[in-house]
Design a protein around this ligand. Sequence first.
Ligand code: THU
Length: 126
Amino acid sequence: MRAAAAEAATAAYAPYSGLHVGAAALCDDGRLVSGCNVENASYGLTLCAECTLAGQLRLTGGGRFVAVAVRSGTGALLMPCGRCRQLLLELGGPGCALDTPRGIRTLAEVLPDAFTLSPPAPEERA
Ligand code: THU
């Protein structure tokens, strides 16, 4: 999965930042999907590697992410940005594993108290 993420980074389109990013995920049916970042001249509308990863999950049969790794084109470990943590959580759930600089952690650990359409019960509110 880590090698697949680095391989996916070679397909990145990143003429503005120069940072080639690849993401790979193991899915709940055992298949591996990958994605790469795709930039554009507006900068702000850039697609992160995790965005195209999410598209590949849906396009190749759906299901859920079980584990995710993100790598640069040189093989360096990268963490998903905040928006992408939310995206991965949606499609992998809180228990989905993520390769991080501090070892394998869950998405719930790297995105605590994530946004949800179900508000916490009154007794859970601060
Ligand atoms: N990028 C990703 O692909 N994933 C992230 O989680 C954070 C950032 C990309 C977007 C942009 O093309 C480049 O990295 C520099 O920000």
